[in-house]
Write a protein that binds this ligand. Sequence first.
Ligand code: UD1
Length: 429
Amino acid sequence: MDKIRIVGGNALTGTIPISGAKNAALPLMIASLLTDETLTLENVPRLADVNLLTRILVNHGVDYALNGKRAGEDLLTGQTVSLTARSITDTTAPYELVSKMRASFWVIGPLLARMGGCRVSLPGGCAIGTRPVDLFLSGLADLGADIDVDAGYVVAKAPNGLKGGRVAFPKVSVGATHTIMMAATLARGETVLENAAREPEVVDLARCLTAMGARIEGAGTSTIRIEGVDRLRGARHRVVSDRIEAGTYAMAVAMTGGDVVLEGAEADLLAGPLDVLRQVGAEITETNRGIRVKRNGHGINAADVETQPFPGFPTDLQAQFMALMTRAKGTSRITETIFENRFMHVQELARFGARIHLDGQVATVEGVERLTGAPVMATDLRASVSLVIAGLVAEGETIVNRVYHLDRGFERLEEKISRCGAQVERISG
Ligand code: UD1
């Protein structure tokens, strides 16, 4: 298993290209199941989760083609991927594949809408809470599907097709919003999603579906209306930039000091976290190339945050912000409201000498003057990168073990930050 070795102490200076968003690329790739024509996606990040989803889609009968690099592109430029589900040869999504990544469960929406039935294993994914699928199942039932759970599989049937309906989510769920929105594009009549997720990745998926011929209004607000159509066609779409990757590097620069342009990052998708970073002492400006983050001289102040669905502070940046707060002047309170078990990085951060007290869903972080390098273990995707951020300022050597978590969601992280002066290397093993 690969490890990452970091020697802390260097400021970050330069440019970091921001990749296409993993959390948009995954549902966009799944949308290819809705049409027998080709969906071409540009700016797809090179990530383990993308590779895994490709295997799942190929298993359903999707043809996959990776277009070659064009002149001027390097390995940090996103890939262009063409997906064609001319015929769906298998409507079962097996446990061996779905259990490795929760988002693969989302195939249930398109498979059911296009094929009138499917069997999809209940998901696995990050160990950050129980993450049930009740909202998916009740939403599909609202569109007229018959749902059974049998031997670990959801068996969904709608032999005469789905019909539009009102789906009022009792809780905001990004995945359930993606899934029911995709299913509704091919249902008969109008579907109204209430209390829908407003995340930019939902907006990106709606844009792509619209380019494929879907009729969708209101994506980005909490009420989405979808008028079903008979069929969707192929399209070409560019994946939105990864706001979580951009926010992560912004926090890394706030931590180390320095001056970095996050190339291609979109400030309006990150307004909440950028405000918090300004509040703690980072200088943030929007430029025509992306977002510029600077911190020179002065230290970091403490601030309290509470995670919330978009446009609130994202749970996917909570671990990184906690790493930053370990070095703040003063005490901060970090409240996690989305997932009940998303504090596994706390005990790893403690290995650097961080002072964090956990009480239920609230972590109280007392800033310290120095962190010291340590061997640590990545426990989930976002937690793992918080350890890298701590390692970048810790005195001496940090070894981050179980880097495969990082590879699920951060494209060529060590290359991107070492180009900006970090002392970091991957140790293969
Ligand atoms: C997506 C993101 C993930 C992010 C999360 C919240 C992707 C690939 N992943 O995950 O990075 O952390 O949104 O912003 O886009 N829930 C239920 N019942 C359900 C579904 C969800 O109770 O049927 C709960 C979950 O347990 C959780 C909350 O709803 O407590 C939000 O989860 P959800 O928005 O669905 O997260 P994901 O879509 O899995």
